[in-house]
Design a protein around this ligand. Structure first.
Ligand code: OFO
Length: 171
């Protein structure tokens, strides 16, 4: 049985993962209307992954005798200055998520909740991958600078940069 303190903290993380999914969905839609189909596909998939992260937490909470709360979400930004600014936001957001996961892990140790601590290790590894992917993307975008041909190739090749397959092996 989960303590109410950990239940509350995990529900905060449910909110954060749901917000992440919404933000990346809005980014994907922006990229799509800008004619950046590859970037859009990458971000749609990323949005699906974040939804899977949220769902995993909801199910864990419910299995442990808690209640996964489906939160109200505020509308994400609709427009971005450019691709570099967009991916800088992705990186900053992922760093924020990692910090929140670390705080959760810390709370589990303080509460001696080793089951949740164990469950969260998956998120710890996932964040290492996500941050590193966002950094790789930013490095490439810095190299490209304002070169339009470079951006064309980046949009075409971003799918090959990988990421984790979304739950259910979707899109
Ligand atoms: Fe990319 O954040 Fe989920 O875990």
């Amino acid at each position: 049985m989960i303590s109410s303190k950990i239940e509350k903290a995990l529900n905060q993380q449910v909110l954060l993962e749901a917000e992440s999914s919404q933000i990346y969905l809005a980014m994907a839609s922006w990229a799509e209307v800008e004619g950046l189909g590859g970037i859009a596909a990458f971000l749609y998939q990323h949005s699906d992954e974040e939804r899977m992260h949220m769902l995993k937490l909801v199910k864990f909470l419910n299995e442990r005798g808690g209640h996964g709360i489906i939160p109200t979400l505020k509308a994400p930004p609709q427009k971005y200055k450019g691709v570099r600014e967009l991916f800088q936001e992705v990186l900053d957001h992922e760093i924020h998520v990692s910090n929140e996961i670390n705080k959760l892990v810390d709370s589990c140790l303080k509460e001696k909740d080793y089951t949740t601590h164990n469950f969260l290790q998956w998120y710890v590894s996932e964040q290492i991958e996500e941050e590193s992917l966002a950094r790789q993307i930013m490095d490439k975008l810095k190299l490209i600078g304002d070169d339009k041909a470079g951006m064309y190739i980046f949009d075409r090749d971003i799918a090959s940069l990988g990421g984790t397959a979304p739950a259910g092996g979707g899109k």
